[in-house]
Design a protein around this ligand. Structure first.
Ligand code: SAH
Length: 256
């Protein structure tokens, strides 16, 4: 979901409805999820993993194919949680892969309960540094955290894209600075890599084209819906114009 904080709360239902129609609510791909996982140690069937801001669980179901333990998804929106749990049931994973409604700033875990914390395209909701610091206590010693996060790829960038991000998510920073933040938050930075463009185009923006057309039909005359789609299309245009300057990076850290 877009890092746009100016959206009014009464419009949230429409946004959730929109994103319920796509498999992923942020840029990513199954290959990239598995690549990030490859930097962590193998987990046993007793392990407990949390996926924070999991959405409908696109990446969680991929993790579940590799991790034998229990996975708990947390998302703020009940509609996403319901879709997640329906997906888990469809894949016969419901006994060990479950999603509950909750907020990433008030997690239902005990200290040192988790072996791995996962969060793709969602930590911006609490803030990268704050999330890393606050979530650390829930990890076992030597546990891992893996998050993807909006990042600048260059030292400088055109004004238009700089301004867009300063409004959408001022926490965006260079990869080097994010790695330093991870280190300061109490983790060994184990690996960092950039998500390839097709995680944004093929896996994120392309599936939205038909969803946008249907959404505009269903909500014809609704000003908010029209503005929202215009914003999504603008965001995509900016990405296609400026993808050399920013994108998502995965940050994998080990609790020390
Ligand atoms: N991880 C998914 C979804 C990313 S979109 C994917 O990569 O496809 C960001 C998600 O964070 C959304 O599902 C949104 O509902 C959720 N979210 C936003 N604020 C949250 C909060 N405070 N606590 C938990 N989840 C939150």
């Amino acid at each position: 979901m877009s890092e746009n904080h100016s959206i009014h709360e009464f419009d949230v239902n429409l946004i959730v409805e929109y994103f319920s129609n796509i498999n992923r609510q942020g840029p990513g791909s199954p290959e990239i999820t598995l690549k990030a996982l490859s930097f962590t140690d193998d987990l046993s069937a007793e392990a407990h993993v949390a996926d924070l801001g999991c959405g409908t669980g696109g990446q969680t179901m991929i993790l579940a194919g590799q991790i034998p333990g229990k996975i708990t998804g947390i998302d703020l929106f009940p509609a996403f949680v319901d879709l997640f749990n329906a997906n888990a049931t469809r894949l016969h994973l419901q006994d060990r892969v479950k999603c509950v409604v909750g907020s990433m700033d008030d997690l239902p875990f005990k200290e040192e309960e988790l072996d791995l914390i996962w969060s793709e395209g969602a930590i911006y909701n609490i803030g990268f540094e704050k999330g890393l610091r606050e979530w650390r206590k829930y990890l076992k010693k030597n546990g891992y955290i893996a998050v993807s996060e909006a990042s600048w790829f260059t030292e400088e960038r055109p004004k238009e894209i700089e301004q867009f991000w300063m409004e959408a998510y001022p926490g965006i920073d260079t990869v080097a600075n994010k790695v330093a933040q991870m280190q300061k938050a109490g983790y060994i930075p184990v690996a960092t890599f950039i998500l390839p463009d097709h995680c944004w185009t093929e896996h994120f923006y392309d599936p939205q084209v038909s969803v946008q057309e249907n959404f505009l039909k269903t909500h014809a005359g609704n000003k908010f819906a029209e503005n929202f789609i215009a914003y999504q299309r603008h965001e995509e245009e900016l990405y296609r114009r400026y993808y050399k300057y920013y994108g998502y990076a995965f940050y994998i850290g080990k609790k020390r």
